[in-house]
Design a protein around this ligand. Structure first.
Ligand code: NAG
Ligand code: NAG
Ligand code: NAG
Length: 605
């Protein structure tokens, strides 16, 4: 702007020496130019001002393994969650909010992409349902479009603080192809994998446990076999060439060494904290984490107070091992589980207080949810450190049962969204993708199927809005259930094709294996499928008899929708299958020189 004015002035002084007639003409041009300049200036001032006031900040909280029955505003009267409750009382409560999967990795993939995890190959297979190693090659494919990627193009500064669990590297230790900074975030601080019991030495192992048993079994088998072959050779019973025996011994030992290293040092490899691309704690300091997350979130908001910003706070709470700082230990009515929730609520409160202090409350859209239902089995033997899914049957890992996927959902945007309201229609965590992109002025990708819908019209109670007429509930890659919101009667039907076999029977969970299976001998294939009316039977207790009128009609309708849904699926590379879900030393992010990875770079905090 100043440049144009300056240039015009220079022009003027040049013209001074010219004839009067010419001068007059030039003056006109000058006046024109000046007028244009003022207009342009006004336009920019308006645009910049407009950008500041019309682009809201976005603050999304995602809890881990938190049950819908675990917090006050969703009916828990014995756990204190005043800060989450405050969000609900100042905003809209989504009472029929559903995650796209009942486990972390697939649910988070769907949340980030607005698409069913089956579309990005993030569903899992066999015993591999979530990413198990920070050095696994699988993860959210780089060609998936996340909402921060689009929001960032709208002039936003984007940050993720906390858990990611969607992969790090593809082919080398530092290609970071799946890393948050390669998926639309400008800033990352947190745990790239997930919290597990193995992150806390005093707890029973969670990941190592199953592998250890297998390891000893196969190792014994191997050494007995090796000894037998050597003995046979020495006694000339079986003339196996020595070279074969030596190769067998080397390969076997190498394999067991690899296996042992991957699992014995699980904490060292996987319980780590990164700041952007750098590992800063290896292994992580659990005691520090709650404070660090709060401190990081506050600092991010303050740094970007002139906005607009998008911040995702992805809590490590309330996943096992339920690590809780001493300020909150023993303070709740529900042992460590309740303590951990109350600590998380405190953290959320600290962060939304900064929004208040910075005067951003009316210009910030705040959201709270959990990645899926509560973990019923728990890792302890006493079963008193497990979550609660309210009236809903089932929990974490049970993709088709309501308790695995029905999660709390809260949106607050004072002045735009009504306070103290409830939305009872089926909504999805995938809707956050479309809603956030739309309200930040971005465009939802047109080159792929997006399953999420814009929730704003529905939450504002304004005119027509897009419904989820059908929803599909997967357990890993297997379709376990489907839901139909029949708009003509406002009934929500749910059909179950497959459900887990509980152990012990009738317990409503899978205690023996700690996590229910999605296929094979440990599930029940319902032929004919079970049908429930969720409006009259939200606990899925009373299947509708095949003889009654709506059964075949409803089933047919849903069957058709499933067939149509299947037509939209295509073959994609599988990210969580065995070989993509193994510890690959070459992909291990590491502080210092591999394999001596160890550091605590910011210990003075
Ligand atoms: C509150 O949550 C705890 C922990 O999940 C659970 O044991 C308890 O039954 C819940 N209480 C109510 C009243 O919902
Ligand atoms: C935010 O908006 C509400 C409702 O529109 C209003 O009552 C309140 O004073 C506003 N708060 C601030 C800090 O601007
Ligand atoms: C991403 O790449 C894979 C492998 O080439 C392909 O199958 C998939 O369709 C791509 N996804 C999108 C959204 O383009």
């Amino acid at each position: 702007m100043l440049c144009i004015v300056g240039a015009a002035r220079e022009h003027h002084s040049e013209e001074d020496s010219d004839t009067a007639c010419f001068f007059l003409k030039r003056t006109c041009t000058l006046i024109h130019m000046a007028a244009y300049s003022v207009l342009i200036l006004l336009f920019w001032a308006h645009a910049i001002h407009g950008m500041k006031t019309s682009k809201p900040n976005v603050l999304l909280f995602v809890a881990d393994d938190l049950g819908i029955g675990d917090i006050g505003c969703f009916g828990n009267s014995t756990i204190r969650t005043p800060n989450i409750d405050r969000l609900a009382s100042e905003g809209v409560k989504l009472t029929h909010h559903l995650s796209a999967a009942a486990l972390c990795t697939p649910s988070r993939a769907a949340f980030m992409t607005g698409r069913y995890p089956v579309r990005s190959g993030m569903t899992g297979h066999g015993g591999y349902a979530v990413l198990l190693f920070s050095a696994a090659a699988g993860g959210l494919p780089p060609n998936e479009t996340t909402f921060p990627k689009i929001v960032r193009e709208q002039g936003y500064t984007t940050g993720l603080i906390g858990k990611w669990h969607l992969g790090i590297n593809c082919e080398s230790r530092n290609d970071f192809c799946h890393h948050p900074l390669n998926h639309g975030f400008d800033y990352y601080y947190g745990l790239p994998l997930t919290l597990v019991n193995d992150c806390q030495e005093s707890k029973p192992t969670e990941i190592q446990m199953s592998f250890k048993k297998d390891l000893w079994f196969y190792a014994q088998l191997f050494y007995v076999a090796l000894a037998t072959i050597v003995a046979c050779r020495l006694l000339n019973i079986l003339p196996v060439p020595w070279i074969i025996i030596i190769l067998f011994a080397i390969c076997g030992n190498a394999f067991f060494m690899y296996w042992f290293t991957a699992h014995y040092f699980y904490q060292r490899w996987n319980c780590i904290i990164m700041r952007n691309y750098e590992v800063i704690e290896q292994p992580m300091n659990l005691e520090k984490n709650a404070f660090s997350v709060v401190k990081e979130a506050k600092a991010f908001i303050r740094r970007n107070r002139d906005g607009p910003f998008l911040l995702v706070v992805s809590f490590l709470h309330v996943h096992t091992p339920l690590f809780t700082t001493k300020e909150f230990r023993g303070k709740s009515k529900h042992k460590l589980y309740g303590d951990n929730i109350e600590e998380m609520d405190w953290m959320l409160g600290e962060i939304i207080n900064v929004i208040d202090q910075e005067g951003l409350v009316n210009n910030t859209v705040t959201y709270f949810t959990s990645d899926h239902g509560a973990y019923l089995e728990g890792m302890e033997t006493s079963y008193d450190l497990t979550g609660y899914n309210g009236i809903y049957r089932g929990g974490k890992g049970m993709g088709g049962l309501e308790g695995g996927i029905r999660v709390p959902g809260i949106f607050r945007w004072p002045g735009v969204l009504p306070a103290k309201t409830m939305v009872d229609q089926p909504t999805s965590l995938m809707d956050v993708f479309t809603t956030v992109i739309t309200l930040t002025g971005g465009k939802v990708p047109q080159d792929r199927i997006i399953d999420g819908k814009d929730l704003m019209p529905l939450m504002q109670g304004l005119g027509p809005h897009k419904h989820h007429e059908f929803m599909f509930h997967y357990c890993m890659e297997h379709l376990h259930a489907a839901r139909w919101h029949d708009l003509s009667s406002d009934t929500v039907w749910k059909v179950h094709y497959i459900s887990p076999k509980f152990s012990p029977e009738g317990s409503g969970m899978c205690r023996a294996t700690k996590l229910c299976s999605c296929s094979g001998n440990d599930v029940i294939y319902h032929v004919p499928p079970l049908l429930f009316n969720l409006m009259s039977d939200p606990s899925e207790k009373y299947p509708i008899s095949q003889e009654t009128a709506p059964y075949s009609q409803v089933l047919q309708k849903i069957q058709l929708a499933v067939a149509e849904h299947n037509m939209t699926l295509s073959q994609v590379p599988q990210q969580l299958y065995g070989s993509n879900n193994r510890w690959l030393p070459s992909l291990q992010v590491c502080c210092g020189v591999f394999p001596f990875c160890s550091c605590n770079k910011e210990d003075n905090m």
